[in-house]
Design a protein around this ligand. Structure first.
Ligand code: ZN
Length: 303
């Protein structure tokens, strides 16, 4: 899920490329992933690949008066309102196909657990989005867009920068659902989406980003303790706490990615998504003898 309020900060971060005061990293350089042409075929609703469609998606398509058009790319079925045209949905599809390849590579060449298309519903109109959100009582009202199972509901951002950030974040959630068995806890799910949302987006644009330009010393001003972070089961009611949850999670994933061997992360993610307590997985994959040691090292990373 992506918060509207946090988007401005995340977009601003993308513009700050100066590596000054960079936290130390050991991230190895990785070969850039080339962009590839995407096949786009408009299909009638009766010809859609509906295997990954959730009831909420089916209801949305069947809504009275809804005039959806559909197009399919190798891994995605795109749904867009007839009145809103193909342009936005096509751009989303191109970035999505890139993310599909990028995340599977990042997760150590993980196999897709559901060999069927994901569904992306695009909303270019805020009124349409709000109307839809009202039908989703389990989705927080501050949500800018969200992913569920193999479906994504995506509102167009206010500008291109914001838009790409939202898509990259949600796409990471979708790809985790495709490639990782189980359910990562809230902090890990959001931390991974924030991390890959940022670095995957740069990669899509062909811009090399040094992790030190994102994870700056002193950059995490209001951290949560790891103990609290690992215990959070649902989005806090307080906006400030939500912000802390997203930023601390992102920094902690960043800490594991850049201060520890990168190749350990997919195994860690798999174990925690499969139900292993974070503290136990930190010990198994990263040799942290106890939570206090992890907390201390993490604090050194962001201070
Ligand atoms: Zn999210």
């Amino acid at each position: 899920m992506k918060r509207a309020g946090y988007l401005a900060a995340s977009a601003a971060l993308l513009l700050l490329a100066s590596p000054t005061f960079a936290a130390g990293t050991n991230a190895p350089p990785r070969a850039a992933l080339p962009n590839a042409p995407v096949t786009w075929v408009e299909v009638k609703s009766e010809d859609l690949d509906t295997r990954g469609l959730l009831p909420v998606g089916k209801e949305l398509l069947a809504e009275e008066g809804a005039k959806w058009r559909h197009a399919q790319t190798p891994h995605f079925a795109m749904h867009f309102a007839a009145a809103e045209g193909t342009n936005f949905a096509w751009k989303v599809a191109v970035q999505s196909e890139f993310f599909y390849r990028y995340i599977s590579q990042e997760l150590g060449g993980a196999q897709d657990r559901f060999p069927c298309r994901s569904h992306i519903f695009t909303f270019r109109n805020e009124t349409r989005w709000k109307k839809f959100l009202k039908t989703q009582p389990d989705v927080d009202k501050w949500s800018y867009s969200f992913a569920q199972g193999l479906c994504m509901f995506l509102q167009q951002g206010k500008n291109a920068e914001q838009q790409s950030g939202v898509l990259a974040h949600e796409m990471t959630h979708l790809m985790v659902n495709h490639f990782i068995a189980g359910h990562p806890p809230l902090w890990l799910n959001e931390g991974v989406a924030e991390y890959y949302g940022e670095f995957g987006l740069s990669e899509f644009r062909g811009v090399k980003r040094h992790p030190g330009s994102v994870f700056k010393s002193g950059g995490l001003r209001e951290p949560m303790t790891l103990e609290r972070l690992f215990a959070i089961a649902k989005y806090p009611g307080d906006e400030k706490e939500v912000h802390k949850l997203y930023t601390t999670s992102k920094y902690f994933v960043g800490f594991l990615m850049v201060k520890k061997p990168r190749e350990k992360f997919p195994g860690f993610l798999l174990d925690v998504a499969g139900g292993m307590p974070a503290v136990e997985a930190l010990k198994k994959h990263y040799d942290f003898p106890d939570p206090a040691t992890a907390q201390k090292e993490f604090a050194r990373f962001y201070h």
